[in-house]
Design a protein around this ligand. Structure first.
Ligand code: PLP
Length: 376
């Protein structure tokens, strides 16, 4: 990977900012800035209503996304955030009283409330207890009963960075006729996901973190099998066949996942995502994943050397992601101390979370470790 070229694409680096906080919000790259500038100028100055160009970009963006999922573009739809993607699933399924959904006690709340909201329909939410800050596929599998209808997990756990074994989980889900839903926001953009190999039925992912896109845009993947079991809670004019036959009012939903896109989409978000996906393609998805994992491995080893104990330590590579974190009694002063040195990280639930992307290098980590040595 041409890392010098990659770094050229990120303007904040020229300002001396060491940004290691992609698990919170990703920075806009130069290609994203350029495409948005072009789009906003056109919307303001000349080509104001170029809907065909937008439709083309939507299609191209879905095509670019299929590589992440190993799926057909027809299985993808855009939404406004991860939460509402999950709400589409939660509100669309024909739940029966005493059906069970398995979650866990360290999920980001985006992947909890849409399902907790089903308790009023008599659905039972089972929370698997984490151990040492993580939840494994085995922990979840143990909680499956004959009533389990759905398991919803994060691809990467937002506090520890643990990348759950989706292949193992998906295999059991398939054998037991359980739908598997994945909140992929902490993975995609940095890591790949094969919905077929992992038997995943539903994915929801916002674009503001590792995808380096905008808040207010997300996408879902839905398997054909699961789609057949869902009745969209919200329907609208862009989700029906022959949408531009405006006064026909024929509620015949599209066969594709676009039936879940009821109205106009977030155009700026889609232009930005399109530019990000092309940037990722330029550097190679496999190469990006390898770089993200080797960054994390490097960080884990170096944190350990200064006696900070990463939550993920001595763990197989396949469980690593872009997030490395450690517990510290003075987490907030570490955050502030690093900020003073223009090093951006995050603290969540008293845990110091470091989340570099593929363009971060050893120099960034050296700066971080040197500063941490002074602060701890
Ligand atoms: C695992 C996870 N899911 C979802 C979100 C965000 O959800 P939404 O896109 O609905 O704001 C976050 C962080 O903000 C997260 O860490």
């Amino acid at each position: 990977m041409d890392i010098i070229k990659a770094r050229e694409y990120f303007p904040h680096l020229k300002k001396g900012i060491t940004y290691l906080n992609h698990a919170a919000t990703g920075p806009f790259s130069k290609p994203v800035l350029d495409v948005m500038d072009e789009y906003f100028r056109a919307r303001s100055e000349d080509n104001i209503d170029d809907y065909p160009a937008f439709v083309k970009t939507i299609e191209e963006t879905k095509e670019l996304l299929t590589v992440y999922f190993n799926c057909d573009p027809q299985r993808l739809a855009f939404a406004d955030n991860t939460t509402n993607g999950l709400n589409m699933l939660a509100q669309g399924f024909d739940w029966k009283e005493k059906d069970e959904i398995i979650l866990n006690d360290i999920e980001f709340p985006a992947n909890v409330y849409p399902f907790l909201n089903l308790e009023r329909k008599g659905v039972k939410i089972v929370f698997v207890k984490s151990r040492n800050g993580i939840v494994t596929a085995e922990d979840i599998i143990e909680k499956i009963t004959s009533k389990t209808k759905l398991i919803s997990v994060s691809m990467v756990q937002f506090l520890s960075g643990y990348r759950i074994d989706l292949e193992k989980l998906g295999k059991v889900c398939r054998e037991r006729n359980i739908f598997l839903c994945v909140d992929a926001i902490q993975g995609l953009g940095a890591l790949s996901l094969d919905t077929k190999k992992c038997n995943i039925d539903f994915v929801s992912c916002g674009t503001q973190k590792w995808m380096l896109g905008l808040q207010g845009l997300s996408f879902i993947y839905i398997s054909e099998e699961l789609q057949q079991k869902l009745t969209p809670a919200f329907v609208g004019w862009l989700g029906v066949n022959d949408a531009w036959n405006l006064l026909d009012y024929n509620l015949s939903l599209k066969d594709s996942a676009e039936r879940f896109q009821p109205g106009s989409l977030n155009s700026a978000g889609i232009y930005a995502l399109n530019a990000s996906l092309k940037l990722f393609k330029e550097f190679g998805l496999k190469e990006i994943e390898e770089k993200v994992i080797s960054n994390s491995q490097f960080l884990i080893d170096n944190l350990k050397e200064i006696n900070l104990n990463p939550l993920l330590f001595e763990i197989e590579k396949k469980f690593l992601s872009g997030i490395v974190s450690f517990k510290h009694a003075d987490a907030n002063s570490i955050l502030e101390g690093l900020k003073e040195k223009n090093i951006m990280i995050a603290v969540r639930e008293g845990i110091v979370r470091i989340s570099p992307h593929f363009y971060n290098t050893g120099d960034d980590f050296e700066k971080l470790i040197d500063s941490l040595k002074i602060l701890i």
